[in-house]
Design a protein around this ligand. Sequence first.
Ligand SMILES: O=C[C@H](O)COP(=O)(O)O
Length: 254
Amino acid sequence: MANERPRPLVAGNWKMNGLRASSEVLSEIMAGYGAGLRNRADLLVCPPATLVAALAGAAKGAVGVGGQDCHAKASGAHTGDISAEMLADAGASHVIVGHSERRADHGETDAVVRAKAEAARRAGLVAIVCVGETQAQREAGETLTVVASQLRGSIPAGAMAADLVVAYEPVWAIGTGLTPTAADVAEVHALIRTELGTLVGEAEAGRVRVLYGGSVKPSNAAELMAVANVDGALVGGASLVAADFLGIARVYGA
Ligand SMILES: O=C[C@H](O)COP(=O)(O)O
C-alpha cells in the first residue's frame, strides 16, 4: 500500500489577494482543467475567506476550494476569526494551517497549529499543515531537525491521509524566486514521509500527500514535482494567474 503514489494535488494559496472579480481566475482554471489533467491530479484554490463561498459555488466541486486559516474552536467570542465549521458551511473542502506567514505574523506555535488541524478534521475538512525552515535554520544545518520537530508538534494524533496534507515550504523560498535543489527537496520529503510513518502509521503515511511550496513556477514545476515523495505543489504568487497555475499543474497531464 505504501508503494502506491498518492494522487497529486496542486493547490493555490491566494494569500491576501483577490476581489469578487477574481472569480474570473477560477473560471479560467476550470476551463483549462481538461480530462487529461483531471484524470491525473486534483486542483484546489484557497482564496481569502471573503471569496470562499462564491468560489465554492462557482467551482461546483470540479475544483476544490479551501480556506487559508481557521480558529481552533467551532464558535464563540473570537472577533475576526473564522472557524473550520464556517469554512465547511461556505463550501470549503480544505484549510491551510500553520503557514509560515501565520506562524511569523500571528505567533502561531506548533500546538496552535495542531489544534487548528484538529478543528479542520472535526469539521470534515482536510488540513494542509505547513512546515519549513528559515534561512538561518538552513544555514545552521538545522533543516531536518526543525521540520521533524514542527511535524511532531503540528500533526494531530490519529490523523488519517483522508484528512491530512503536509506542505513543505522553506521560508526562504517563499516569494523570493529561490528554490532548494532537487536533492534538498528529496531529503526533506523523505524525512517527512519517515516522520509521518511514526506519527500516523506506515500505511497512512504512504497515502498522505506531501506538497512542495516556495517559488513554484511553470518553469521549475517539472523538476520539483518529479522529486521522490513530492505529491504536488502549494503555489502562492503563480496561483493568481490562471495560465501560470495551469502551467504548473500540467506537469501531471495536458
Ligand atoms: O503557500 C504558498 C507559498 O507560501 C508559496 O508562495 P510563492 O509560490 O509565492 O513562493
